[in-house]
Design a protein around this ligand. Structure first.
Ligand code: ADP
Ligand code: MG
Length: 251
């Protein structure tokens, strides 16, 4: 039996509407430490909105989100980042004019407060960490390359590296395999699987081959803002309701 893991995230009665459209209406969502959860569902189901609410980018209309037993709704994005939640957005947003190394260096300093940023010194521990993260995301031979010159897949990996180097307890990763080749997708899957050694991870994804690769734990299905069901991928894939509302169209 696997060891009992602490709860790291609990969202309850979480609601937000945009212009009268209920984008999210989530009764209960729980995530454990070092868990890897995959969220699937049709376009517009509220998947990205859920991540926007957790990281403070969007304000909820009502509900609760406890992270390590602390309420995070109402906190600023930067406070939530400092508490240990890192977000990778759908579109890569690396600094194109800076090298891979400098992008990672900037990210390393980012969640710190102003005073520790001012006192920040680049020592060998920092350099070692940048190299270790670059290796983890497959960019160890691209450290001096400008991020703008990387392939689409490499930009996505750099962005995952930018989140990892900040060492969040919880990582939110939105559609990491979008636009990737099959080989890049499989490498991204291996990378995400390796993240659970040190982080809890929530991944939103559409590519069912990719989902099959990474869904070693639970999959949650969102449809029209509501949690339709959750469970092991083999059950989800065979679930009539999931097939009718999503998979029938997606595959
Ligand atoms: P998904 O990521 O599952 O495709 P989203 O969370 O992006 O879906 O969107 C859910 C719904 O909320 C959609 O109808 C979308 O148009 C709407 N929506 C999302 N974010 C905003 C926003 N910031 N302002 C207005 N409407 C939004
Ligand atoms: Mg989305």
């Amino acid at each position: 039996m696997r060891p009992v893991r602490e709860l790291i995230l609990k969202a309850q009665n979480l609601k937000v509407a945009f212009g009268g459209v209920q984008a999210l209406d989530l009764d209960l969502f729980k995530l454990e430490e070092n868990e890897l959860r995959v969220i699937i569902g049709p376009n517009g189901a509220g998947k990205s909105t859920f991540m926007d609410l957790i990281c403070g980018k969007t304000k909820a209309d009502s509900g609760k989100v406890l992270f390590k037993n602390q309420e995070i709704l109402g906190k600023k994005e930067v406070e939530i980042a400092q508490m240990g939640i890192g977000r990778k957005f759908q579109k890569p947003s690396v600094f194109s004019g800076l090298s891979v190394y400098d992008n990672l260096l900037l990210a390393y300093q980012m969640p710190k407060d102003v005073w520790s940023s001012i006192r920040f010194k680049i020592n060998s521990a920092v350099v070692d960490r940048i190299h270790a993260i670059a290796k983890k995301v497959g960019l160890e031979n691209f450290l001096e390359v400008e991020a703008g010159g990387l392939s689409h897949g490499q930009k996505q990996w750099l962005e995952i590296g930018i989140v990892v180097i900040q060492n969040p307890k919880l990582m939110l990763i939105d559609e990491p395999a979008a636009g990737m080749s099959d080989t890049e997708t499989a490498k991204t899957g291996d990378l995400i699987l390796s993240l659970t050694e040190e982080h809890s991870v929530i991944v939103i994804e559409h590519d069912m081959n990719f989902v099959e690769q990474i869904a070693i734990e639970k999959v949650s299905v969102l449809v029209r803002g509501k949690l339709l069901t959750e469970g092991p991928f083999k059950d989800i894939r065979a679930d009539e309701r999931v097939i009718n509302s999503y998979l029938g169209k997606a595959v």
